[in-house]
Design a protein around this ligand. Sequence first.
Ligand SMILES: [Zn+2]
Length: 374
Amino acid sequence: MKSCPRSIMTLVLFLVLSALAHAADAPFQTHRTQNIIFVMTDGLRWQEVFTGAEERLFKRQEAEKKDLDPARIAFWRDSPEARREALMPFLWHVVAKEGQLFGNQNKGSVAQVTNGFNFSYPGYSEVFCGFGDPAVNSNNKTYNPNLNVLEWLNNMKQYHGKVAAFGAWDLFPFILNVKRSGLLVNAGYEPMTFGKPTPEYALLNRLKQETIRYWAGEPFDSLTLETALVYLQREKPRVLYVSLGETDEWAHEGRYDKYLESARRADAALKTLWETAQSMRKYRGKTTLIFCADHGRGNAPEEWKSHGEKIDASKNIWMAFIGPDTAPLGERSQTDRVTESQVAATVAAFLGEDFSAAVPKAGKPISAVLAGGK
Ligand SMILES: [Zn+2]
């Protein structure tokens, strides 16, 4: 080996040290994610996500009639693995192979809400703002006082006007404080009036008017999903947020069949959004998909219908991630606990931005799903 002049050795040392220093910031520096699609489905339990339908919650239990139960035919299988694949095929055939899932407590992976309330407004606020705020303690239509990560991104030049939120629930303009944030939020039965009018929006807006209002605060998920899909294809936002609500509504009504069907449809929505994005040059290979719930629910047989402060089990949730920066570790086991308060900073970190520097009390990014994470 030839001996090197001292100055070259110094230069090499300098380059090595700066590379190491750079690697220390890896989650914020080396990401490939340029866009985020973030989907939530309200109050879907981790038990169904990881083990599929629960037998005792099917309606027709009498031996001679139970095989006629359509929900049982659709979703009952002999093993938990087969049941969860029947319920959420995209999650288990694609995300569990190419991405990561947290929250299977049977395998030592715990995902939880930290706000203590275990219901929707405090949950979504924790997701977007990065912490549980004791003052955000109702589902009332009051404007959220806290900065949220969508607004924080939208206030940066490179994301301005490229962040959009679509929520089935009509509380989203309040949760995301549109009065202050100026975010594009289309929610509830509100017609889509942002951007250029299109025949698709016109049709969807008429359907929102003409379809029976089974729930006062939210339409069926299909209307919200399709509006978001039109927006995705036309406007190509860098951050698209979609919230579905039926899983929670049907559970409160004790309709396990419809609750399962809604979970199946939420999985199909995820597939549609993902495949649509992958078919577009702007998104292909540069987009991370995040999927989670705002709260869990109680245990079967009775408490599964509800959630809240008094139902401790409803603090348990689940989360899924897939994208170019997330190592394909699949269903995680024996992990550190992850929390809803980490989601905001994780969304930002995928894009190379540091939300917890802006909001110090926000939970830290989930490093396991970011570039270089394990
Ligand atoms: Zn609820």
